[in-house]
Design a protein around this ligand. Sequence first.
Ligand code: ATR
Length: 264
Amino acid sequence: MKPTLCGVIGNPISHSRSPEIHHKFALENGIDLSYQKYLLEEDQLSSFIKHFFDEGGLGLNVTLPFKQQVVNEIDTLSASSKLCQSVNTLYLGKNGEIKGTTTDGEGLLLDLNRLNFSIHKKNILIIGAGGASVSVVYALLKSGTKIRVLNRTQKNALDLIQKMSPFGDISLFNSKEPVDFDGVVSTISLANNELFRLANAHLKEDCFIYDINYGERAEETLNHFRDHGIKKLSGGYGMLLGQAAKSFEIWHGILPKISYGKQP
Ligand code: ATR
C-alpha cells in the first residue's frame, strides 16, 4: 500500500523542518507517511492544491508567504482562520470540500504552557503587527491576556488593534505609560534593537521573552534581552512543534506526544 501523503507548501521551502517533525510523529504512532516539501509560485497555488487532493493527498501545511493567499482557495474556513485571515493546515471535509484552519496560535499556547511562561490575566507586549502577529494576538486574547502592541509602523499596529479589540484588552504601547510587562512576544521578521530598547524600561524582573522565530533568526532578539538581564527566554521552535502536532491530530486523529529536546 502507498504511504499516506501530506506536505508543506511555501516559498522558500528548503529550510522547512516540517517533514522531519511529521515523519517522527508518524513513526512514533505507527503511520506510514510520506510528507513532502513543495516549492510553489503564487500563480500555482490554486491548481496545485486541487491536484494534490484530487490525487488522494491527505493534508497540506502552508507556510510563508502563502498563509494569507490560501484563504481564497478554501471552501470552508475555521472561525479562527477567517478572523486571522491565515491558514496553515488544509484537509478534506466529509463531502470532499477543502477545509482550512490555523494551528499557529494553539502551537504558541502549548509552548508557553510547557515553558511555564504564564499569560492568564498578564500584561503582554507584542512586538510586531504583520501577518504572523494576528494568530498570536488572537490566541493570547482568547486566553485572557492584556496586550500592548509595539511596531515600527504605528499605522499597522493600529490596524491590528482595531481588528482584534472585539476579542479582549488590546491597545497601543506608549513608552510614557507606567506599565510593566509579564511577558514579551516578538513576531517581527527582523530583530530591531531600537524597538527592543523601548521595551527595556517596562519589563518585570521575571518577565519572559518569546520570539516566534527560531534558530539563528531568534538569536538577536534573545541576546538583546539576555544582555538586559532577562532570564526567561525562548525561541519559537516549540511553537513549530506544537502547531505541527495539532495539524497531525487533524489529519490522523492522534495528538502526538512532543519531545522538545534541544532547540535548533
Ligand atoms: P507580513 O507580510 O507577515 O506582514 P513582514 O512584512 O515581514 O511580514 O512584517 C512582519 C512584521 O515585522 C511587521 O510588524 C514589520 O513591521 P512594519 O509593520 O513596520 O513593516 C516587522 N518588521 C519587518 N522588518 C523589520 C525591521 N527591520 N525592523 C522592525 N520591524 C520589522
